[in-house]
Design a binder for this molecule. Structure first.
Ligand code: ADP
Ligand code: MG
Length: 312
């Protein structure tokens, strides 16, 4: 759906993007993750045709952004950084205005806007002046604006920046919901964002892509070990530890805690080795109870720091 080839962007003599290439398949929600100044906004502006790259190529749904800008714009909904809304307009009039700009068929316009307002949870705010809305509602209006014309692709530049925790959860859920039918790229400099919302993460730093994978895999790749946490009922911590340590591929087992007959253990294995099947069968064979098992998902923060430092 989106194909980006070897983008570079130079501002005066500063290279903001340096050979950025990636592809996004239909239906993916991609997290574009990087610290401030990494080049996220620059990439998104090129993708939406806001300005051209210094070199390189972008295709959206088979159309070249610079040869077919009209076709491309029909397919993209864009939520720019800092949501520039017409602050003096009422929500509904603003959305009508955007619908006119986007050439939505006049007889379908009202129903279309109504559906979108419903979806974004702003129907009850339709007659409010935008400047009087909370930041969370403004962001919803921004998303609603991006949805007008029913584009296949959504490009969202830091959609949760400046929101409070409750608003962040609401916007994330809305994005996830939209991801069921749209292809989405969202940028963020906040890690939990991608872990929660995205199927794939592209990490960018100083204008270059430094990593690209699922949130889970990225973690394993960089940390070099995979970690599984289990809670076992019954048995003695020492015996459980010894049995689990005997599993092929397991490099280390640590008892985290033992209380009320339950033992929490951390099982490390080499990366790319999934020991979960063997762990569960050993526990069952010993007549212990497998109360809980999950892969350790903390540490995305460390990965991010490692990846973005390595480049310096
Ligand atoms: N119009 C501009 N003129 C000069 N430098 C710019 C301009 N826009 C962005 N930059 C620089 O390019 C780099 C990437 O910026 P940007 O794409 O906004 O990063 P991000 O969105 O990841 O924070 C930054 O170092 C920024 O200072
Ligand atoms: Mg930015």
């Amino acid at each position: 759906m989106i194909k980006v080839e070897n983008l570079t962007k130079t501002y005066a003599d500063f290279k903001a993007l340096d050979g950025v290439s990636f592809e996004v398949q239909k239906g993916e929600i991609i997290g574009f993750l990087g610290p401030n100044g990494a080049g996220k906004t620059t990439t998104m502006r090129i993708l939406t045709g806001f300005f051209p790259p210094t070199s390189g190529k972008v295709e959206i749904d088979g159309f070249d952004v610079f040869n077919d800008p009209v076709e491309v714009r029909k397919r993209i909904g864009y939520l720019p950084e800092n949501t520039p809304l017409y602050q003096d307009m009422e929500v509904y009039s603003f959305l009508r205005y955007i619908a006119e700009l986007k050439d939505v068929e006049p007889e379908k316009k009202n129903q279309h806007i109504k559906n979108i307002m419903e979806r974004c949870g702003i129907s009850h705010m339709k007659n409010e002046i935008i400047s009087r809305l909370s930041k969370g509602y403004k962001q919803r209006v921004g998303l609603a604006q991006a949805l007008i014309g029913d584009p296949k692709v959504l490009i969202l530049d830091e959609p949760t920046i400046g929101l409070d925790p409750k608003q962040i959860i609401e916007i994330r859920n809305l994005i996830k919901e939209l991801g069921k039918e749209k292809t989405i790229i969202l940028s963020t400099h906040i890690l939990p964002e991608v872990a929660v919302t995205c199927s794939r993460v592209i990490i960018i730093n100083e204008g270059k892509i430094v990593a690209e994978d699922t949130p889970d895999n990225l973690e394993n790749k960089v940390s070099g070990v995979a970690k599984v946490i289990v809670t076992v009922r019954g048995g003695s911590p020492d015996l459980i530890k010894t049995r689990l340590q005997g599993i092929n591929g397991v490099s280390n087992v640590t008892v985290i805690k033992n209380h009320a007959g339950l033992t929490d253990l951390s099982i490390q294995s080499e990366k790319d080795v999934d020991v979960r099947d063997k762990v569960s069968s050993i526990i069952v064979q010993n007549n212990w109870g497998l109360i809980e098992m999950h892969r350790e998902t903390l540490g995305l923060e460390e990965i991010f720091l490692k990846l973005t430092k390595k480049e310096k």
